[in-house]
Design a protein around this ligand. Structure first.
Ligand code: HEC
Length: 198
């Protein structure tokens, strides 16, 4: 029992330290630089994976910083204004089209199309079977899973539980049609969808 507590305390400390480290890095702009070259017009799978990772890191680091500065309610406005432009900045940088989409979307502009919904169904089945879904190149698109962790639940969890009432009210005012609550950890929140030949 004691051992379990110590391990847990260690994990919390590690998380705290890693957040701190990330925050100081954020100001220096951390996003990993990736070579922008494409092979014969079609970037290979490894490069596409890096685009998704870079977009995820950019959104994640900025989000963490905003939450640290003013809590989730404050970070909401930041996401509302910047989530799509930040994703687009990576699209422009590598001359591809990167979208962040979901079946249960918050912003209707992030609604998954039928091909994306099919991938979401596949990824959900993998998670349900205890397998971590991976990037997938299919019909000129590269897809990559976006899975929840505990941090996400502050804005995507269950109202009145992980999702505070105050935050939920603000979400509903910004997104009256919001479908993106009620998530637990390690669930599929959505996918990155990258058009390989834009
Ligand atoms: C501070 C609140 C907040 C937190 C924390 C948060 N999100 Fe979101 N999330 C939002 C908002 C607001 C949007 C809508 C952004 C927009 O208008 O494009 C969104 C949109 C998304 C979308 C795009 C699809 C949709 O629903 O519109 C995905 C995918 C997503 N979030 C995943 C995550 C994941 C994964 C985490 C945790 C690593 C996370 N979010 C943490 C507020 C948050």
């Amino acid at each position: 029992m004691k051992k379990v507590i110590m391990v847990a305390a260690g994990a919390i400390l590690m998380t705290a330290l890693s957040c701190q480290k990330e925050q100081t890095q954020v100001t220096e702009n951390t996003a990993t630089e990736i070579p922008a070259e494409k092979k014969q017009g079609i970037p290979d799978e490894e490069i596409l994976k890096n685009y998704a990772t870079e977009a995820q890191q950019l959104l994640g680091s900025q989000l963490k910083q905003k939450i640290a500065e003013g809590g989730p309610e404050n970070a909401l406005e930041f996401c509302n204004i910047n989530a799509i432009p930040l994703t687009e900045s990576i699209s422009k940088k590598y001359k591809v089209t990167i979208k962040r989409v979901s079946d249960q979307y918050r912003n209707p502009d992030n609604a998954a199309n039928p091909s994306e919904l099919a991938v979401i169904t596949t990824y959900k089945a993998m998670l349900a079977a205890g397998k971590m879904p991976e990037g997938l190149l299919k019909d000129g698109y590269y897809y990559s899973p976006i899975v929840t962790n505990a941090m996400c639940l502050q804005c995507h969890g269950t109202p009145g539980k992980e999702l505070a009432e105050k935050t939920h009210l603000k979400i509903k005012s910004l997104y009256p049609q919001d479908k993106a609550t009620g998530y637990g950890v390690d669930e599929l929140r959505g996918i990155f969808s990258i058009a390989v030949n834009p």
